[in-house]
Design a protein around this ligand. Structure first.
Ligand code: LMR
Length: 350
């Protein structure tokens, strides 16, 4: 009997010891430390980068430059494959492709982003920025931070702001100098709710469709006019289909480089740093190039003689700003006081 008790005791002690040692790790309060800094650095990453403009445009050149810089900075461990001209999908399709991980990076116009985060309509407010310096302060400062913070609610990671220029009007019906001249014109614009409202308030008929469809829509006279930057008007040959241009600088066309938040978070920190370095270098180059290129395209338009060009006078700008007040009344509450406060600071400092 005594022998049995001894054996059972040994067994119980052995089982207790095995439980403590064998599962000790699973009960430890601290998970095993994972070195995210090094994890995944010996894996190749491919980033498909989709955009909708030609390769020789400011954004097109910037995307190619970015791809080359990333290859150099990651010693080829990260490859950025650029898909220009909307070859994969149009601007709105890029958001879905990002969510389905069919592409991993996009650089849509901010007006396209407003469809997904209405606070971004702040950048579409008509005549909100007097010049490029104000836009740059917005992108570089608290306003840009607030926009990137806002979009994270929709699971996008904002990585950089890229610039193009102010937008102008072109059309085939009449010279546009005052708001009343827009009445009855069918105008293509991006699908920003603010832009659509803006043209409706002016008595125009806004139509929203993809960038690649504009040329045919003008050629077939499905629309009378468009708004866009000089670089886009020229890169798509749209000036050949238009008689009148109004240099209004009524809105600014900028871009935001976006990734899906989960995909961004899955990248090793070292690669994230390389991507951000490359984006910063490209943004610095693009800020200068976009200004110069759009200025050159305006001079080409003036020299071509193919467009009757009108420059809004200060008095005319005041008429447009007055006509646009209902837009501010509607969208300031949507944009919110925190972001509008930053706009007012920029306007006060100019
Ligand atoms: C547009 O559709 O007019 C713009 O999105 C084109 C661009 O510059 O991306």
């Amino acid at each position: 009997m005594k022998g049995i008790i001894t054996i059972v005791s040994f067994l119980l002690v052995g089982v207790a010891t095995a439980i403590f040692i064998g599962f000790g790790n699973s009960f430890s309060p601290e998970p095993t430390a994972i070195d995210h800094e090094l994890q995944g650095l010996n894996e190749k990453y491919t980033i498909k980068f989709s955009h909708v403009v030609a390769e020789n445009t400011p954004k097109g050149i910037a995307a190619s430059m970015f791809a080359q810089l990333v290859k150099e900075k990651t010693n080829g461990w990260v490859e950025v494959q650029v898909f220009p001209n909307g070859v994969l999908t149009d601007a709105q399709g890029e958001f879905e492709a990002l969510k389905k991980n069919k592409v991993q990076m996009i650089a849509p116009a901010i007006s396209e982003i407003t469809v997904h985060d209405p606070k971004w309509t702040v950048m579409d407010l008509p005549f909100v920025f007097e010049n490029e310096e104000m836009v740059e302060q917005a992108f570089d400062g608290r306003l840009g931070e607030l926009l990137f913070k806002s979009i994270e609610k929709y699971d996008y990671k904002g990585l950089a702001f890229w610039e193009n220029s102010f937008k102008q009007f072109t059309n085939n019906i009449r010279p546009v100098q005052e708001p009343v001249d827009m009445q009855g014109l069918s105008v293509r614009t991006m699908p920003s709710p603010l832009l659509l409202d803006m043209y409706q308030i002016l008595g125009a008929q806004p139509q929203s469709f993809s960038f690649n469809e504009i040329y045919e829509a003008l050629r077939n006279e499905h629309i009378d006019g468009i708004e866009n930057t000089l670089s886009n008007i020229y890169s798509k040959g749209l000036y050949q289909q238009q008689k009148y241009m109004t240099v209004s600088n009524h809105n600014y066309l900028g871009y935001a480089v976006l990734m899906d938040r989960e995909v961004w978070d899955s990248l090793p920190v070292q690669h994230q740093n390389s991507l951000m370095e490359a984006l910063d270098e490209v943004a610095t180059w693009l800020r200068k190039y976009a200004k110069e290129h759009n200025k050159d395209m305006l001079e080409e338009a003036e020299d071509s003689g193919s467009l009757e060009i009108h420059y809004l006078t200060e008095n005319e700008r005041d008429l447009w700003k007055e006509a646009m007040k209902p837009i501010y009344d509607k969208y300031e509450p949507i944009i919110g006081e925190e972001i509008m406060g930053e706009v007012r600071k920029l306007q006060a400092d100019r």
